[in-house]
Ligand binder design. Structure first.
Ligand code: ATP
Length: 592
């Protein structure tokens, strides 16, 4: 498939605003790709060069890309920069410059998708001294052999700003249509995705082996599994009822989730974060423990890594543990503040996929193969049949400085990548506040006025994620909780992803001073969820159009943007509706 064709599909994708139209265009594009191209095509469409866990990033700075454009078109850097300032989009600037110079012929043959992908991959992985100049020249070389429209997308991609507006859910639906002609096979494809976290691989399997290959998808060592997530319920009685009268209750540790892949024979260990980044290098003590404290050939286990004082039995607050997520001074920090892993699940052992085993069996096996008294411990837990037992355990956990509890269905599979009632969390609730925080996606920001004028930043417009429609729906403006440093940081970071018009995946009635691409997540605390005609969260649902939901008195917590969550992992509209219902019930019972 020629890249020229891909670029024209991208142009079509950009021009439509309906999701269904987007899926159709994407389906045609995927159908047209060859077996050995679809993987790269999917990565490119996601705006990446590899699945997230491989950590290959391009993100060239504006200045470097400008130099490449100048070099390939014979313009001066100043001319390119002037066009950039005029259009606000370096991709368009590259296209314009190329149009003028493409009167001279492109020399070599037209580039295929794999040629472009490989060239970009090479640019991203070039490092060391002199690499800056090399990258500029390599990108210039690629642009010289590309038509103007191709230049638009190559430059945007190289800057990490492709922004086609297609989320994973949209790509999965297109894959479903490609494979079966219907959108209904999405769930099966999503299951495969949840197991390997690699959409390119899912697409390639679908193309090569059809739905049979997708249905037989198996866990692979060193490919992270998308994590199981917990639902919420406010009372022990409701949790037990949902769990049919009996369940396990575990301590909820407020640390860093760690998925540990172990191959003892080859002495290889890889650790993945909740967001599936490879964080192995940061935790040498966990790598060491995985090899010495686990007695099987291979395993994938999961736990919460947290700093913990053995003498006092105290757990450190999240702000301290998170300091271990760093690339420098790793050795010193691992000695100063060693972590423990409180293991709570086992998904794979000695070549066998364990995800379809009931939780009780997974936990039994976990306790068999891990020593449990070293760096890796087991999450504390009890089995309960009465609400009073769960309540007592919960109070006891809170008194110990923990976040709350996670109740687990003894018979449930490990449900990758989904928030289901097989795990239910309960956290401490503060009077007059929602018991849980909400993770919202920034979709816009406001200009600073009055005392904030000097920062050029006055607050955020934020949204939740509707996983049914793959859209971001606004839920609140946030004006409090910012320090001066945070305002500077927000302005700087958000300016890089500003969008001239409302981003395709954002559904909004209110308009911020500046739109931004839905990318960054912040955690907020609020007093209450209310109904509001201003916000689109929950507005378009199966029943038609209803009043949306909003947050009352939202304030930022946790110090800024969350590094461990991507936009699609924000709180969902469905969760907001559930939390609203729980809040209503709690109010009714308090009034009674
Ligand atoms: P939160 O902000 O509440 O941690 P989250 O969206 O990150 O929410 P949830 O699904 O809501 O994730 O809660 C589960 C999280 O709790 C897991 O991601 C894990 O990191 C953490 N956790 C701590 N202890 C446990 C445990 N014993 N079992 C499962 N998860 C646990």
């Amino acid at each position: 498939m020629l890249f020229e064709k891909v670029a024209s599909y991208y142009e079509k994708l950009e021009s439509v605003s309906s999701r269904l139209a987007m899926i159709d265009i994407m389906t045609d594009m995927l159908k047209e790709s060859e077996k050995d191209e679809i993987k790269n095509l999917i990565y490119m469409t996601q705006g990446v060069l590899a699945p997230a866990f491989e950590g290959v990033q391009i993100g060239m700075a504006d200045k470097l890309a400008e130099e490449s454009i100048a070099l390939s078109t014979g313009k001066t850097k100043e001319q390119v920069n002037a066009l950039f300032r005029k259009t606000g989009d370096l991709g368009i600037a590259a296209e314009e410059c190329a149009k003028e110079t493409k009167l001279r012929k492109i020399s070599g043959k037209k580039l295929a998708i794999n040629d472009v992908f490989e060239a970009l991959h090479k640019i991203a992985t070039t490092s060391g001294s002199g690499s800056k100049d090399m990258k500029i020249k390599m990108l210039a070389g690629l642009l010289s052999n590309s038509a103007p429209l191709e230049c638009r997308y190559i430059v945007r991609f190289a800057m990490g700003q492709l922004r086609l507006g297609a989320g994973d859910a949209t790509i999965l639906e297109a894959l479903s249509k490609m494979s079966t002609g219907e959108r209904t096979a999405k769930e099966k494809l999503e299951n495969a995705y949840n197991i390997c976290s690699d959409l390119g691989e899912v697409g390639e399997t679908a193309k090569k082996k059809g739905m049979e290959g997708i249905e037989n998808f198996k866990v692979t060592l060193f490919k992270p599994i998308r994590p199981a997530l917990a639902e919420r319920l406010p009372t022990a009685a409701e949790i037990l009822e949902k769990m049919h009268g009996k369940c396990a209750v575990e301590s909820k540790y407020d640390g860093l989730r760690a998925q540990i892949h172990i191959d003892k024979k080859n002495k290889r260990v890889e650790i993945f974060s909740r967001r599936l980044e490879n964080i192995t290098e940061m935790f040498p003590e966990i790598v060491k423990a995985a090899l010495s404290e686990v007695s099987c050939e291979s395993a994938i286990l999961e736990g919460e890594a947290i700093s913990y004082d053995e003498d006092t039995g105290q757990f450190s607050p999240f702000q301290e543990t998170i300091q271990r997520k760093r690339k420098h001074g790793v050795k010193e920090m691992s000695e100063e503040m060693p972590l423990h892993v409180f293991a709570f699940d086992l998904m794979y052992i000695n070549g066998e996929d364990y995800m379809k085993k009931p939780y009780r069996e997974r936990r039994d096996m976990l306790e068999k193969v891990v020593k449990g008294n070293g760096t890796i411990r087991f999450s504390d837990r009890i089995i309960v049949t009465k609400p009073s037992e769960m309540e007592k355990y919960f109070e006891d956990r809170i008194a110990n400085g923990l976040e709350g509890i996670v109740a687990k269905d003894l018979n449930a599979y490990y449900i990758a990548g989904a928030r289901k009632f097989s795990w239910i969390k309960m956290k401490r609730s503060y009077k007059g506040e929602l018991s849980d925080t909400i993770d919202v996606v920034i979709v816009g920001y406001y200009r600073g006025r009055g005392s904030r004028a000097e920062f050029g930043f006055g607050g955020l417009l934020a949204a939740v994620y509707n996983d049914r429609t793959d859209m971001f729906e606004t839920i609140t403006k946030i004006g409090t909780g910012f320090t001066d440093d945070m305002m500077k940081e927000f302005k700087k970071t958000l300016d890089k992803i500003k969008s001239a018009k409302k981003p395709v995946r954002v559904n909004a009635l209110v308009e911020p001073d500046f739109w931004v691409e839905p990318k960054y997540v912040v955690t907020v605390k609020a007093d209450e969820i209310t109904k509001s005609p201003m916000h689109t969260a929950g507005m378009h649902n199966e029943n038609g159009i209803e009043t949306g939901y909003a947050l009352r008195f939202p304030r930022i917590v946790g110090g800024g943007m969350r590094q461990d969550k991507s936009a699609d992992e924000a709180t969902t509209t469905k969760e907001i509706i559930e939390m609203f219902e729980q809040q209503r019930k709690t109010k009714l019972s308090e009034a009674a």
